[in-house]
Ligand binder design. Structure first.
Ligand SMILES: Cc1cc2nc3c(=O)[nH]c(=O)nc-3n(C[C@H](O)[C@H](O)[C@H](O)COP(=O)(O)OP(=O)(O)OC[C@H]3O[C@@H](n4cnc5c(N)ncnc54)[C@H](O)[C@@H]3O)c2cc1C
Length: 499
């Protein structure tokens, strides 16, 4: 079988006139917050092993991270606790350092302590500020004679093999992905070619642990012992660090970390997956995987999800569940369409549309059409506060807003309805765009993600086509409550969240 080249995932930034200076290999953990199935981590560990050099994992704790609140931080800290515990068990150096990555990697004492960084590896990211971080950190490492490598580990098919331009719609990127995804989907037989599995598999057992706590690191034992968000803020105060915004508060509907992510995946595949193809859009009968918060923080690998899903579909085909109307092929197709095609289309959008987080990033035809309807009368207008508190005349809209506020995750189908209504109820499409992005990034646990920017932009015509012209919306696709009532038991859904 043709094994896909791992090489296609690598972007290498060697320093000028490289002399292999520095005596440590570092994995900078940022978007892939997991111990297992972490390609960049495993690749860095394998390089350390090959060169017989000390190996460190560094995580930069930036409590001023854009739009991140207590809700996001506590979810993330729960994941970091697991990683710290795993590293302790396997004697891998893991340091959580206060500050943004450019701040951390400009610290001379850090470089001195590590004896210079010969190679720094991280995963690739697509959002603007994360790309800028990487550029800055690469320059820091290169200027000291070290090499910087980023790995495109958070997508199934390496992005460079898929597209080198902004794709117009799912229809234009789908074939580019599906025509080459088979070897990637069959990857479970080739774990090592993908650098999957636990990092301990890439480090020899006889390797000596370098006892070296990097100055200013958070104490791992203290980190592991935290049992509440308040404990975490107390730790920050002791360290003289600024605490993130306390609102939105943490939610207990989702526990952070890879263990919870794998439990969700398991449950999804055993219980809801067979019906996913048929009823994934029904908000009153939720069968979605609920994996988006975990994918956002990189607590689970997209490859692992894809492999497990393909296996589950094969099992269902071979051993259909008794009394089940399971349709493995339809479910598999629908799930991979979301997990791979739509998700990778979103990465393509933020990579190639520099204005992805603003109204200016919507397609020209859509902006023109909305402009032509800018003066249309609006029957209902709501302020950001009214929207945030779920105080519109529409119980279905209020319900999904409250679902997001209370649980940190709104049902996928309702996100589309939610966005379309705000367009209808705002003074201008630009204001609607800004309000949606604000609410999405603030309340969703999976917010601030490529999918969120693309999802909001989709409400304004991105990746869509023109529809029959109507007031306010122009040629933008329209949705209404009658559609919800016709298709779903939407009243029960509303009742659940309005109670
Ligand atoms: C206005 C709007 C805002 C959105 N905001 C976000 C957001 O902030 N973060 C986010 O991750 N998704 C967002 N989405 C996309 C989608 O609604 C969610 O990814 C999905 O509902 C997450 O739930 P799940 O993991 O249970 O999905 P499942 O149906 O189980 O799908 C599995 C995975 O596929 C991917 N996926 C599913 N639907 C989409 C989609 N339409 N586009 C891209 N990838 C998709 C996600 O990674 C998801 O975790 C938004 C969509 C819209 C219309």
């Amino acid at each position: 079988m043709n094994i896909p080249p791992f090489q296609a995932r690598i972007e290498d930034f060697p320093p000028e006139g490289q002399k292999d200076s520095g005596s440590s290999i570092v994995y900078w953990m940022q978007s892939a917050q997991r111990f297992e199935d972490n390609m960049a981590l495993n690749y860095a560990a394998a390089e350390a092993e090959r060169n017989n050099l000390p190996f460190h994992i560094i995580f930069c704790l930036d409590t001023s991270y854009p739009d991140a609140s207590a809700r996001h931080f506590w979810f993330m800290i729960q994941g970091l606790q697991e990683i710290a515990a795993e590293c302790r068990k396997t004697s891998v150096n893991f340091s959580v350092l206060p500050g943004s990555p450019p701040e951390v990697f400009s610290r001379e004492d850090l470089h001195r302590h590590l004896g210079g960084i010969r190679l720094l590896v991280t995963e690739r990211s697509y959002l603007r500020h994360l790309r800028l971080w990487r550029k800055d950190v690469a320059a820091q490492i290169n200027s000291r004679g070290g090499r910087f490598i980023q790995l495109d580990s958070e997508v199934l098919v390496p992005h460079n093999l898929v597209s080198s331009k902004k794709e117009y719609a799912a229809a234009t990127i789908r074939k580019k992905i599906t025509s080459q995804w088979l070897p990637y989907l069959r990857g479970e037989r080739h774990e090592r070619q993908f650098y999957m599995g636990p990092v301990s598999g890439y480090l020899s057992e006889t390797r000596e642990k370098t006892e070296s706590e990097i100055p200013l690191s958070l104490n791992n034992e203290e980190l592991i012992q935290l049992t509440s968000y308040d404990d975490f803020t107390a730790l920050l105060t002791r360290r003289g660090m600024h605490a993130p915004s306390p609102v939105p508060a943490p939610v207990d509907t989702f526990r952070g970390g890879s263990n919870a992510a794998h439990e969700r995946l398991e449950r999804f595949l055993n219980e809801d997956f067979p019906r996913y193809g048929e009823i994934r859009n029904d908000p009153g009968n939720p069968v979605q995987s609920d994996l988006s918060p975990y994918l956002h923080f990189g607590m689970i690998s997209v490859l692992r999800i894809a492999w497990s899903t393909v296996e589950a579909a094969e099992d269902l085909r071979q051993y259909p569940k008794r009394n089940s109307e399971a349709v493995p092929d339809e479910s598999l197709e629908a799930f991979l369409e979301e997990l791979i095609v739509r998700r990778e289309l979103a990465k393509n959008f933020v990579r190639f549309e520099s204005r992805y987080d603003s109204y200016e990033g919507i397609p020209e035809w859509a902006a023109k059409s909305l402009e032509e309807h800018a003066g249309d009368p609006r029957e209902h207008l709501y302020s950001l506060k009214e929207l945030e508190e779920g105080r519109t005349y529409d119980p279905y809209w209020n319900a999904c807003q409250l679902e997001m506020v209370k649980t940190g995750k709104m049902h996928g189908y309702m996100r589309m309805y939610w966005g379309k209504k705000v367009l209808e109820w705002s003074k201008s499409p630009r204001e609607a765009f800004e309000h949606l992005l604000y609410l999405n990034n603030r309340w969703e646990l999976d917010g601030r993600d490529e999918n969120g920017y693309t999802g909001v932009s989709w409400c304004f015509g991105t990746h869509d086509r023109g529809w029959k012209e109507r007031p306010i919306f122009g040629k933008i696709r329209y949705m209404n409550d009658k559609g919800l009532e016709r298709k779903f038991d939407i009243k029960s859904y509303a009742q659940k969240w309005l109670d």
